[in-house]
Design a binder for this molecule. Structure first.
Ligand code: HEC
Ligand code: HEC
Ligand code: HEC
Ligand code: HEC
Length: 264
């Protein structure tokens, strides 16, 4: 931040102190004692950045701070928000999470947790993801853009977050066909729980649910999946996946594993 405007603001503050000018209380937030003001017509420092506007000590004032792209969560035209929207669609966050009111409730609802976490916690969850969340190899800047969108769409008074999925009881003694045939290379959150042991192939959660990303504009359905399994290179000549043959019980397991979660 430039030094000179900050000094100007300090000068103004001195004028205010003498009662020469009056200003709304928000303009006297301690934040402005150390920082140049910006976006003044669009809100208060803490309206966008959170933090504690009454403290003149940086570490206290910065409690719960939102910085960089994440601070744009309430600015509809901002570049970070547009990028966050793009990334959320392209990476298919909704195959596992509800966000912006839509998605498969296989993992925690991002609408419920966004405002309950610090920016550092959200960044960490996105950049060093849990085992059954894909590692998208994002930059911190991209993570902040996603965070802006999660905050924009989050329930600000979100109640205690909880899972919405009620996993089915695996009553059968037969091993699950997805776990056996796909699990050595793929992971997925499924109605039977988390299946698969390796990330050498993509995480297939919600492949047939309508929320799986389809970069070439072709959604996955049963027919496409069947033909893919017969011959992946028929569709993608350089595919590293080899054909897989399933018996009918296994095919049934695969279809039920890759659909949407059971509704409540
Ligand atoms: C006592 C001076 C002081 C006060 C008061 C203060 N800040 Fe800061 N702020 C700093 C300094 C110095 C830095 C740069 C070093 C750092 O990140 O701590 C900074 C950094 C920041 C950053 C960038 C953080 C990052 O991760 O890049 C933001 C955003 C910010 N402040 C907003 C605020 C807001 C909003 C308030 C009021 C709620 C506030 N500051 C109050 C001194 C202050
Ligand atoms: C309308 C929302 C909004 C308001 C109001 C706002 N900011 Fe920001 N601020 C942002 C955004 C978005 C960024 C990052 C993007 C950019 O650089 O334009 C940012 C960047 C900053 C930075 C640079 C570090 C960083 O996080 O990128 C500081 C410091 C900062 N703001 C402090 C303040 C202070 C102090 C106030 C109150 C006087 C304030 N801001 C008011 C949205 C806002
Ligand atoms: C294949 C499933 C899957 C996909 C896709 C996925 N996640 Fe996750 N995510 C998870 C799991 C599993 C967790 C761990 C928490 C849980 O079990 O619900 C998690 C946790 C998180 C958390 C931490 C939540 C908390 O409680 O603090 C955030 C934030 C998050 N994901 C964001 C995203 C974003 C943003 C995307 C899209 C870029 C995304 N996730 C895509 C499965 C997924
Ligand atoms: C020996 C490892 C291996 C096994 C077993 C395997 N796959 Fe794959 N699969 C891969 C790899 C590697 C890719 C990525 C290749 C590519 O992108 O062309 C892949 C890609 C896919 C894709 C494309 C996903 C996308 O986002 O493009 C689908 C669908 C798929 N596999 C389904 C399955 C199913 C269902 C099974 C079990 C019946 C299975 N695979 C078994 C390794 C495997």
């Amino acid at each position: 931040m430039a030094l000179r405007p900050a000094l100007l603001i300090a000068g103004f503050a001195a004028l205010l102190g003498c009662g020469v000018l009056t200003a709304p209380p928000a303009a006297r937030a301690a934040c402005a004692g150390c920082h140049t003001e910006h976006f003044r017509e669009q809100g208060t420092c803490t309206g966008c950045h959170r933090g504690n506007p009454t403290s003149t000590r940086a570490n206290l004032a910065h409690a719960g701070l939102l910085s960089r792209g994440a601070a744009a969560w309430g600015m509809p035209g901002a570049a970070a928000v547009a990028e966050g929207d793009r990334l959320r669609d392209r990476l298919g966050c909704r195959r596992c999470h509800v966000t912006g009111g839509r998605g498969n409730a296989y993992a925690i609802s991002l609408d419920r947790v966004a405002w309950r976490r610090s920016q550092a916690q959200l960044r960490d969850a996105i950049l060093s993801p849990a085992t059954f969340m894909p590692d998208f190899s994002l930059t911190p800047r991209q993570a902040d853009a996603l965070i802006a969108v999660l905050l924009r769409d989050g329930e600000r008074d979100g109640r205690e977050s909880r899972y919405l999925v009620r996993f089915r009881d695996g009553r059968s003694n037969r091993p699950n066909g997805f776990a056996v045939q796909c699990g050595p290379c793929h992971r997925a959150l499924t109605p039977e729980g988390a299946l698969g042991t390796s990330a050498s192939g993509p995480n297939l959660t919600g492949l047939l649910s309508g929320h799986y990303p389809d970069p070439d504009g072709r959604a996955w359905d049963e027919a496409r999946l069947a033909s893919w399994l017969r011959n992946p290179r028929g569709e993608r000549p350089t595919s590293a996946m080899r054909p897989v043959t399933l018996n009918s019980a296994e095919w049934h397991d695969v279809l039920s594993a890759l659909g949407p979660p059971p509704s409540r």
